[in-house]
Design a protein around this ligand. Structure first.
Ligand code: C2O
Ligand code: CU
Length: 513
């Protein structure tokens, strides 16, 4: 595969390697909850040395990927070809797979005819200058220019990368990013990424302009409405999902999508994975959609959730996960019997789904096109527990109350009365315990994402509050999180709905002396 200098091993766990696996030892937690990044990395090293049975040797040279960003007509769903922004010619871009403790180097060439680009490493604890946000952490890469992202890997788990420039992510510029643990606590026979996306048949800028234009449309829409717009209007007011604190009549989507993608494929020719009865299969679920919440289910199987946003949680068994944009979950499924089982990712507004198929040898992969009803057991944040205490070190408390505001009609989305970029920085200092209260005053869901840090979601789990980098705030909900200010720089904090972000739902945390 273009760009991969070091071979990856997607098929997991030779018996020899499995013998090396030991339980426990969440190095990722050490690197986060331990306060300092360097300290965390050292703690991980110390733990390995102390274990004394470590077959893991860091590679001597950085793992390198070569990325070329380009514009090309693509039809991942078999529909009309539209202009996509790709990495190395594919949607999604190449999967990055590294091992804990490595150094990663990614050489990015901007091959776009006239547009700059950047790459953001979503969920990674990178130095601020590697974070890839135009105007905050990096200048965008100009057309024909190159940029080298290089940083040490200080965590483990399932992440992803995407452009942080304009709507390039919506146009296909995203990919999975997996960091394998030296000592993996998950016992699995197979390991696969499931990267969800949404796909338009027109330019996202035009979609955004239409959303924005609604404020001027007192009367019903223009003479020849896009069929998608009509569908969106019909679906805008749906009952809130059960089990949420939302008000009745939440708005479940901004944009009507003709297709949803799973590993870059539409339902007409879905991604498939051959599995054997009885096997434990680890699925690394990533919601890389630009503005779609997905309900994820696997026909005939429960999902054992082992990780949230890359980090381990105490395993919890559910039937369905509602995933916001930017969230990741690792789940293990035990293949129940011979057969073909459809993995459904149903758009929250019910307008369609992405599918994949797990099937056993000799059984044809036959996707079920039905959209399943909500699962009996829906994962709730209150069920997430870290395996080890995540309490923050002592430090001065810095509190922010941040109302989330906006509506479909005006299509201005704000944080505490301000729309990015005309917004004040949120100032913090190294060592602060930063407490954030998000008050969703809108009728929509917002997956709020913080760059460069994990935060503790204050979900009532006491010392074991889970660590995440992206958190869904339901309509009308108030949600709190806290993090330790241990990664100096300027860090974006924003709604991961691409259209809400473009309309202003963002702030930056800025470290000051
Ligand atoms: Cu994945 Cu600022 O985003
Ligand atoms: Cu939002």
């Amino acid at each position: 595969m273009a760009g991969r200098a070091t071979p990856g091993n997607r098929r997991l766990r030779s018996p020899a390697r499995r013998a090396l696996l030991v339980a426990g030892g969440s190095t990722a937690l050490a690197s986060v909850a331990g306060g300092g990044l360097v300290r965390g990395a050292e703690a991980a090293g110390a733990k390995r040395a102390a274990g004394g049975r470590d077959g893991y040797v860091p590679r001597p040279a950085p793992t390198q990927y070569d990325f070329t960003v380009a514009e090309q007509a693509m039809s991942p769903d078999g529909g009309p070809a539209v202009t996509a922004v790709t990495v190395n010619g594919t949607i999604p871009g190449p999967e990055i797979r590294v091992r804990e403790g490595e150094t990663l180097r990614v050489l990015v060439r901007d091959g776009l005819p006239s547009t700059p680009t950047t790459i953001h490493w979503h969920g990674l604890l990178v130095p601020a200058g590697m974070d890839g946000v135009p105007g905050i952490s990096n200048a965008p890469i100009a057309p024909r220019q190159m940029y080298v992202y290089e940083y040490p890997i200080r965590q483990t788990g399932t992440y992803w990368y995407h452009s942080h420039y304009g709507f390039q992510e919506q146009q296909g510029m995203y990919g999975a990013f997996v960091i394998e643990e030296a000592h993996d606590r998950v016992r699995a026979d197979r390991d696969a990424v499931v990267l969800l996306g949404d796909w338009l048949h027109r330019a996202p800028a035009a979609v955004f302009a239409a959303l924005r234009g609604e404020q001027d449309r007192a009367a019903p829409p223009s003479p020849a409405p896009d069929p998608g717009d009509a569908r969106a209007a019909a679906m805008k007011s749906m009952p809130a999902m059960p089990g949420t604190s939302g008000r009745a009549g939440a708005d479940l989507s901004d944009v009507a999508y003709p297709s949803f993608l799973l590993n870059g494929r539409g339902p007409a020719s879905p991604w498939t994975l051959e599995v054997r009865p009885g096997e434990r299969v680890r699925l690394r679920l990533v919601n890389g959609g630009a503005s779609t919440y997905f309900r994820v289910q696997l026909d005939g199987h429960a999902l054992e959730v082992t990780h949230a946003d890359g980090l381990a949680v105490q395993p919890v068994v559910v039937d369905e996960i509602l995933m916001g944009m930017g969230e990741t979950y690792d789940v293990v499924v035990k293949v129940a019997r011979a057969g073909s089982f459809t993995l459904h990712a149903v758009a929250q507004d019910g307008s369609g789904q992405a599918v994949g198929v797990l099937h056993t040898p000799g059984v044809a992969a036959s996707p079920s096109t039905e959209m399943p009803p909500p699962g009996a057991r829906l994962l709730q944040y209150a069920q997430l527990r870290a395996p080890e205490p995540t309490t923050l070190p002592e430090g001065p408390v810095k509190s922010f109350r941040l109302p989330l505001q906006g509506d479909m009609k005006s299509y201005v989305w704000m944080i505490d009365g301000q729309a990015w970029p005309k917004a004040d920085p949120l100032e913090i200092s190294p060592g602060d315990r930063v407490q954030v209260e998000l008050v969703n005053q809108t009728m929509m869901w917002h997956p709020m994402h913080l760059h460069g840090h994990f935060f503790r979601v204050l979900n009532g789990a006491g010392d074991l509050c889970p660590l995440k980098h992206t958190v869904n705030v339901a309509p009308g909900e108030t949600l709190r999180f806290e993090f330790i200010a241990d990664n100096p720089g300027k860090w974006f904090f924003h709604c991961h709905n691409a259209y809400h972000l473009e309309a202003g739902m963002a702030r930056e945390f800025v470290y000051v002396i």
